[in-house]
Design a binder for this molecule. Structure first.
Ligand code: NDP
Length: 253
């Protein structure tokens, strides 16, 4: 028996603990959202897994961590509000749901513009607005919004996506200023290139170019993003708000 080893073990296992916290993760049915939900669940949180179409997948994620799966289209104001209300008295809100509709500006349809802005950006406004008052009442809460490195640097063929993700950064920094005095923190995680269904559609050549620009020399996994979200969601990040944490293996440095 070594008291030092014992203490070290306790210190490690309690790092970024979410014991006793209630968390909502939007887009938790697959990809990065799935990894976030599992990570928060393993950190001790009770997790509500939001999904739109992937019911079976979301229920599988929820059952793995003893959470609940709730259906909602977060691009719709009423549906997003109902999701937050159904989740309950949130300690942690993670806005992860998102999609792409890539194309050059000159050929971009109104529908592709609106779908991306509504799904990626307006959704964040809807859920944060719904979650803010209850969090203000208990003077505690942590919001983590998933943007993208594209929201910081822009990207060819992604004016709609870049606008939505850049909007998340500006929105979150503003929110952090409004809610800081109420004990609520709001931060952004901006992933680089992460292997999921979203990026599988990117042509092989473009993937290799991206890899060449990533100093760590590999694509990220959803778990890489999930660990950053867990940290920012937890009380170990108690003095961190309005920040953008890029999880991209150095891409865009
Ligand atoms: P996936 O396409 O694998 O998953 C997207 C998730 O969003 C799904 O769970 C989907 O739910 C959900 N979703 C989409 N539209 C809606 C909606 N209207 N209402 C509710 N849920 C919705 O994507 P990733 O896991 O790769 O991406 C997750 C987030 O990370 C996104 O915001 C993305 O922009 C961001 N990101 C990803 C990067 C990457 O390299 N993969 C890089 C930078 C940022 P369902 O399946 O149930 O319909």
């Amino acid at each position: 028996f070594s008291p030092v080893a014992m203490l070290q073990k306790v210190a490690v296992s309690s790092f970024a603990s979410l014991e006793g916290k209630l968390a909502l993760v939007t887009g938790g049915s697959r990809g990065i959202g799935r990894a976030i939900a599992l990570e928060l669940g393993r950190a001790g949180a009770e997790v509500v897994v939001g999904y739109r179409t992937g019911r079976e997948e979301a229920e599988a994620v929820a059952s793995e961590i003893g959470g609940r799966a709730v259906e909602a289209d977060v691009s719709d104001a009423e549906s997003a509000k109902s999701l937050v209300e159904a989740a309950g008295d949130l300690d942690v809100l993670v806005n992860n749901a998102g999609l792409t509709r890539d194309g050059l500006l000159v050929r971009m349809s109104d529908d592709d513009w609106r779908t991306v802005i509504d799904t990626n950006l307006s959704s964040v406004f809807y859920t944060c607005r719904a979650a803010a008052r209850p969090m203000m009442r208990k003077r505690a809460g942590s919001i983590v919004n998933v943007s993208s490195i594209v929201g910081v640097h822009g990207n060819w063929g992604q004016t709609n996506y870049a606008a939505s993700k850049g909007g998340i950064v500006a929105f979150t920094k503003s929110l952090a200023q409004e809610l800081g005095s109420c004990g609520i923190r709001a931060n952004v995680v901006a992933p680089g290139y992460i292997k999921t269904q979203l990026t599988d559609a990117i042509p092989e050549e473009a993937q290799q170019t991206m890899l060449g620009l990533t100093p760590l020399g590999r694509f990220g996994g959803p778990e890489d993003v999930a660990r950053a979200v867990r940290f920012l969601a937890s009380d170990d990040a108690a003095f961190i708000t309005g920040e953008v944490m890029v999880v991209g293996g150095g891409l865009g440095m």
